[in-house]
Write a protein that binds this ligand. Structure first.
Ligand code: ATP
Ligand code: MG
Ligand code: FE
Length: 335
C-alpha cells in the first residue's frame, strides 16, 4: 500500500510517501522559519502564501525522490486540522485536486494523530498505549486502546509546552523558534533559580505552563531592577528542569495507572534532549513498558507522520468526500 501524505497546518509545507504504513519511501519538508523569524512567531497570512508558493514543488520532489507517480498511490492523506485555517486549506485543496484528477480516495487526518503515528515509522504500536504529545500548540496525554481511537486523559489548561519554550526564549532574546536554543543552553547550565513545579490537583493529568513562564519573566525583570545579571544557561536549565520533571512524572504515573504496554513521545518538543533523557531514565526501570522516541526529523512537523496515520484510516475504510474542509479546532476524540 502506498499512501501519499500532505501537511500544511502551520509553517511547514510537507509531503511524503509511506509504504505499508511503516516504511518512508520519500519525505520532503519545506520550512518557512526564516520568513517568520523577524516577527518572532508564525504570521498566518505569510504562512498561507508560502504554502501556495511551495506546494507544487514539494509534491513533485516527493514523487521524484520515490520514483513513483500518483497513479501508484492507493490514497491521498492530508491534515484537515487543527491548525491555521488558511494554511490547512492549501493542503486540503491540493489533496482534493490530486484525488479528483487521479481518482484516488481522500483521507483527512488529525495533525496530532499524525504526530502520534510518527512513532509507527520507528516501531510497531502495541496496545493499550499512552502518548505524551508535546508540541507548539498541544500538551496532552493521549490513551489509545486500538488503532485510530484516541482518548485525552490530560491536557494543558493554558500554554502548550512548546509555546512556553518559545516565550521563555523570547524573554532571553533568543531567535524563533526558541525551543532548540533553550535546550542547547540548558545543557550548559544548572537548575539554580528555584522555579515552580506546577502539578495541579492531586491525581490530575492536566498541565499548566503559564505560571512557570511568568516566573521566568519575573526572575528576569527582578534581576534587571536590582542590576543583577541573569545567567541564561542557568535560567534555561531551571526552566527546562521544571517542564521535564512535571512531564516525566505525569507520564510515568499515567502509564502505570492505565497499564499500558507502550509509551510514545510525540510532537516538536519531543526533540528536546532533556525530556528524551529523563523519559529514558524513568522508563529504564519499568521493564514491562516499552518507550518509543522518534528521531528528531519525525518529531517536528512532517508529512510522513500524516501518511502513516492515513494508512491506518485507509485500512479502516475511513474516507472523506470532496466537501472536506480545513478545521482549525478539530477534536482528536471525534475526527
Ligand atoms: P501543533 O503540532 O500543536 O499544531 P506545531 O505543529 O506548530 O503545533 P510542532 O512543529 O510539532 O508544533 O513543534 C514546534 C515546537 O517544538 C516549537 O514550539 C519549538 O520551539 C518546539 N521545539 C522544537 N525543538 C525543540 C527542543 N529541542 N526543545 C524544546 N522545544 C523544541
Ligand atoms: Mg512548525
Ligand atoms: Fe505539529
Amino acid at each position: 500500500t502506498y499512501i501519499f501524505g500532505i501537511e500544511t497546518s502551520c509553517d511547514e509545507t510537507a509531503a511524503a510517501i509511506i509504504k505499508n504504513g511503516t516504511e518512508i519511501v520519500s519525505s520532503v519538508v519545506s520550512s518557512q522559519i526564516e520568513s517568520h523569524k523577524r516577527f518572532g512567531g508564525v504570521v498566518p497570512e505569510i504562512a498561507s502564501r508560502h504554502h501556495v508558493e511551495q506546494i507544487i514543488s514539494v509534491l513533485n520532489e516527493t514523487l521524484e525522490q520515490a520514483g513513483l507517480t500518483f497513479s501508484d498511490m492507493n490514497a491521498i492523506a492530508v491534515t484537515k486540522g487543527p491548525g491555521l485555517v488558511g494554511a490547512l486549506l492549501i493542503g486540503v485543496n491540493a489533496a482534493k485536486a490530486i484525488a479528483f484528477a487521479h481518482n484516488l480516495p481522500l483521507i483527512g487526518v488529525h495533525h496530532i494523530a499524525g504526530h502520534i503515528y510518527a512513532n509507527r515509522l520507528v516501531k510497531e504500536m502495541t496496545f493499550p498505549l499512552l502518548s505524551l504529545v508535546v508540541s507548539g500548540g498541544h500538551t496532552e496525554l493521549v490513551y489509545m486502546k486500538e488503532h485510530g481511537l484516541f482518548k485525552v486523559i490530560g491536557e494543558t489548561r493554558d500554554d502548550a509546552a512548546g509555546e512556553a519554550y518559545d516565550k521563555v526564549a523570547r524573554t532571553l532574546h533568543l531567535p524563533y523558534p526558541g525551543g532548540p536554543h533553550i535546550d542547547r543552553l540548558a545543557a550548559e547550565g544548572q537548575d539554580i533559580y528555584g522555579l515552580p513545579r506546577v502539578r495541579l490537583e492531586e491525581g490530575s493529568y492536566d498541565f499548566s505552563f503559564s505560571g512557570l513562564k511568568s516566573a521566568v519573566i519575573n526572575t528576569v525583570h527582578n534581576a534587571e531592577q536590582r542590576g543583577e545579571i541573569i545567567i541564561p544557561e542557568n535560567l534555561a536549565a531551571s526552566f527546562q528542569a521544571s517542564v521535564v520533571e512535571v512531564l516525566t512524572e505525569k507520564t510515568v504515573r499515567a502509564a502505570k495507572e492505565y497499564n499500558v504496554k507502550q509509551v510514545l513521545l510525540s510532537g516538536g518538543v519531543a526533540a528536546n534532549k532533556g525530556l528524551r533523557a529523563a523519559l529514558e531514565k524513568a522508563f529504564d526501570d519499568l521493564n514491562n513498558i516499552d518507550l518509543v522516541i522518534p528521531p528528531l526529523s519525525l518529531c517536528t512537523d512532517n508529512a510522513a507522520m500524516i501518511a502513516a496515520a492515513g494508512t491506518v484510516l485507509y485500512e479502516q475504510g475511513k474516507r472523506d468526500g470532496m466537501d472536506m474542509n480545513g478545521h482549525p479546532g478539530l477534536d482528536i476524540e471525534q475526527f
